[in-house]
Design a protein around this ligand. Sequence first.
Ligand SMILES: *[C@@H]1O[C@H](CO)[C@@H](O)[C@H](O)[C@H]1NC(C)=O
Ligand SMILES: *[C@@H]1O[C@H](CO)[C@@H](O)[C@H](O)[C@H]1NC(C)=O
Ligand SMILES: *[C@@H]1O[C@H](CO)[C@@H](O)[C@H](O)[C@H]1NC(C)=O
Ligand SMILES: *[C@@H]1O[C@H](CO)[C@@H](O)[C@H](O)[C@H]1NC(C)=O
Ligand SMILES: *[C@@H]1O[C@H](CO)[C@@H](O)[C@H](O)[C@H]1NC(C)=O
Ligand SMILES: *[C@@H]1O[C@H](CO)[C@@H](O)[C@H](O)[C@H]1NC(C)=O
Ligand SMILES: *[C@@H]1O[C@H](CO)[C@@H](O)[C@H](O)[C@H]1NC(C)=O
Ligand SMILES: *[C@@H]1O[C@H](CO)[C@@H](O)[C@H](O)[C@H]1NC(C)=O
Ligand SMILES: *[C@@H]1O[C@H](CO)[C@@H](O)[C@H](O)[C@H]1NC(C)=O
Ligand SMILES: *[C@@H]1O[C@H](CO)[C@@H](O)[C@H](O)[C@H]1NC(C)=O
Ligand SMILES: *[C@@H]1O[C@H](CO)[C@@H](O)[C@H](O)[C@H]1NC(C)=O
Ligand SMILES: *[C@@H]1O[C@H](CO)[C@@H](O)[C@H](O)[C@H]1NC(C)=O
Length: 749
Amino acid sequence: MSFLLFVIFTCILNLKSPTTFAQDFPDETNLETYIVHVEGPDTLLSSESGSFEWDQWYHSFLPTTTASGGNRMVYSYRHVFKGFSARLSADEVKEMENKEGFISARPETKLSLDTTHSPNFLGLNQNVGFWRDSNYGKGVIIGVLDGGILPEHPSFSDEGMPPPPAKWKGKCEFNHTTCNNKIIGARYIGTLPDESPLDDDGHGTHVAGTAAGGFVKGAKLFGSANGTATGIAPLAHLAIYKVCSLSCFGSDVLAGMDFAIEDGVDVLSISLGGISFAFYNDLIALGAYSAMEQGILVSCSAGNGGPSYLSVRNSAPWILTVGASTTDRKIRATAVLGNKEQFDGESAYQPTDFPSTPLPLVYAGTVNKSDPSARYCDPESLNTTSLLKGKIVVCDLGVVTITEKGDAVKKAGGVAMIVANNERYANTTFSQFYGLPATHVSFADGLKIKTYINTTSTPKATILFKGTIYGDDRAPVVAAFSARGPNFQSLGILKPDILGPGVNILAAWHTSVENITNTRSTFNIISGTSMSCPHLTGVAALLKSAHPDWSPAAIKSAILTTADVVNLAKNPIEDETFHPADIFATGSGHVNPSRANDPGLIYDIRPKDYIPYLCGLNYTNRQVGIILQRKVDCLVESSIPEGQLNYPSFSITFRSFNSTPQTYSRMMTNVGEPNSSYVVEIVPPPGVEVRVEPTKLDFSELNQKLQYQVTFTRLNMTTSNSTLDVKQGFLNWSSTRYSVRSPIAVVMR
Ligand SMILES: *[C@@H]1O[C@H](CO)[C@@H](O)[C@H](O)[C@H]1NC(C)=O
Ligand SMILES: *[C@@H]1O[C@H](CO)[C@@H](O)[C@H](O)[C@H]1NC(C)=O
Ligand SMILES: *[C@@H]1O[C@H](CO)[C@@H](O)[C@H](O)[C@H]1NC(C)=O
Ligand SMILES: *[C@@H]1O[C@H](CO)[C@@H](O)[C@H](O)[C@H]1NC(C)=O
Ligand SMILES: *[C@@H]1O[C@H](CO)[C@@H](O)[C@H](O)[C@H]1NC(C)=O
Ligand SMILES: *[C@@H]1O[C@H](CO)[C@@H](O)[C@H](O)[C@H]1NC(C)=O
Ligand SMILES: *[C@@H]1O[C@H](CO)[C@@H](O)[C@H](O)[C@H]1NC(C)=O
Ligand SMILES: *[C@@H]1O[C@H](CO)[C@@H](O)[C@H](O)[C@H]1NC(C)=O
Ligand SMILES: *[C@@H]1O[C@H](CO)[C@@H](O)[C@H](O)[C@H]1NC(C)=O
Ligand SMILES: *[C@@H]1O[C@H](CO)[C@@H](O)[C@H](O)[C@H]1NC(C)=O
Ligand SMILES: *[C@@H]1O[C@H](CO)[C@@H](O)[C@H](O)[C@H]1NC(C)=O
Ligand SMILES: *[C@@H]1O[C@H](CO)[C@@H](O)[C@H](O)[C@H]1NC(C)=O
């Protein structure tokens, strides 16, 4: 309760004229929000101290120079963290450092939502159909930390929804409406006055709709993409935590996780992240650890920093870290040049009246020689040119958003746009609505189009809009933006864990993207690991509903060991270059929900198993204690190398030419058939010997646990150079019915 009060206090403070408080408070502009971590005196630790005692303790750290220290408090945390956030000056923080029990104070950082591409349009969600094999997520509560929600959207109708489970303790803070059996809770978490959990920019509505939107028949726009839209777990409940308004602040995100744990969610969906920090300094990792201890699975976006190596974030082993890939649906827009060459691209906007006779074609890079960013169709570089009038304009990807390019071209009198990828984004293209007829083509095709322009006196082109096409058997393809391993914070844990659909995803939106009057049934297409994360959240909810006794680690193991490693054409999954993707892009592979429902064996991890792992990361006792929220002595606890955590995948680093062999053990739990025999099949990474002992495991009952050992040895002939040398293989335990696969990543130094 006091929690909420602090928020209101802060609002009042913000509303008053700063001069009123000039005597009591340092200049507001010198204040920053700090996240302060403290430890309690023994009296607090030993007794059954409640929130009140902790609040009092937290307040004792606030500056005494202010008349009412309470006004500075932003949040006092309950579950995720022993500590609070408060508005403080640097001097005040210095003073606080001398107090008994102080551990650390850090200015909070901003996090960002993981969407790479701005709003566009509508259609149907692909009917993936696998919810029929499970319980549609019935009875499971999905907490979504994001930018709020539009509760009136038909995706969130509660027709056919059961009431929330008895354990639910959440609140509903909409001003204009109430919650229902679909959206069972909604909170605004932040310090802006007059805010509610309503969505401002569509992201939160889209994410929630993807995870657990209900069935909406006849979702369509411009007559295309007509069909039934649905989320992955259509009978799951939604609990909305609006932690992002204009931006996402760390103190709010932490408070959102605190509320979600207290309210009783089962799965948490977090499509945001910040700079990657060590786990004891990473707010999402800290909150997720407490959630995991309560049996909550936390699904997070891997980030949009791909295709660079080492770009993955939200990479703690107790988090499900989700990369993004394409689906088999394309909304085709083909550029046809004057020389009859054709290049397939994508565009959500499919005008029916676009002229089929060729129009003049121009490359924006040639129209403003004085400005190097003209080629990106930067609005400022094209704002007075008359060279685009009546033409189709080629713009390079980058510098400004594609929507901004579209606006710039339209303003300059262009009739259509061709967006050419840069080399990094290669063959990853987006079906968006750019404000005018357009198509987005690959890097290679963009080069050919520019060469044609260069070598032709009167270049011409048109765009053929071919509508929605299903069955691209190259899918899933890893998206260029999908963040990659290795996992810098813990090289011994393979990240990302899994791929899910995150390119050109259709789901609920807060407004009409197009100019139509019916704003109550709007959908949009956007891309990002923000979109793949809620797909996996939905899958986790289905699994939780089907297997209520599975731990978060068991659910994760089921998803990872059953993932697909080949595409629809049965070839290895490719990345944006259309070559086989490496293991630091795919992790365990692409989620296969119905197989995850029946994995045969699982690699389980109990919360206490993370303690020797954290000690083995060489964190200090205090650092481990920050994560666990209690005192820990690593000399008393055991300490294990990262590779020894019972994780369902392997990430091995050989630091030198003559590295010693590495041996780890794994424990598997039988959740398949009582009497079953598994044999191991090993495909070693090149230059590495992989030996497993024993090579056969005979189970005779359910929930029986059996152990095996695996030894990785670097072979003599392998050489390496300064580039990141990645090798991959896998081991696969199979019975007559099941196949339980663990990928092996090896980095040679
Ligand atoms: C909405 O309700 C909250 C409290 O639930 C209040 O603080 C806020 O001012 C209200 N906003 C509007 C726009 O009425
Ligand atoms: C949309 O699909 C439904 C059912 O398949 C059909 O009855 C309806 O005519 C379609 N509408 C359009 C505009 O294609
Ligand atoms: C064009 O861009 C320049 C450079 O930013 C700016 O100074 C100018 O006002 C813009 N002109 C128009 C017509 O928008
Ligand atoms: C060329 O770019 C410059 C700098 O952005 C801008 O000021 C100028 O208006 C542009 N010229 C034309 C013709 O658009
Ligand atoms: C087009 O020609 C210019 C100069 O003539 C050259 O710099 C550029 O590389 C050419 N572009 C392509 C795509 O061939
Ligand atoms: C949307 O509608 C408004 C007002 O009816 C109009 O001014 C605007 O040009 C329309 N925008 C588009 C993209 O059609
Ligand atoms: C895109 O895919 C094609 C195969 O269609 C491949 O030849 C090309 O190299 C890829 N482009 C880039 C830039 O990687
Ligand atoms: C921790 O320290 C030990 C001993 O120095 C070292 O062998 C091990 O590689 C370190 N672990 C990590 C994760 O850095
Ligand atoms: C498992 O196998 C054992 C020995 O082969 C047999 O006695 C037992 O009945 C079997 N149990 C089941 C559940 O099939
Ligand atoms: C690797 O080389 C060492 C000597 O350099 C030798 O003793 C060892 O047997 C070799 N191992 C393998 C697997 O060839
Ligand atoms: C470095 O090693 C990798 C893998 O063995 C190889 O593909 C690459 O060409 C090598 N690079 C150089 C500069 O030798
Ligand atoms: C695992 O091994 C079984 C039996 O050899 C095989 O059927 C299955 O395809 C293998 N799975 C993978 C992912 O390689």
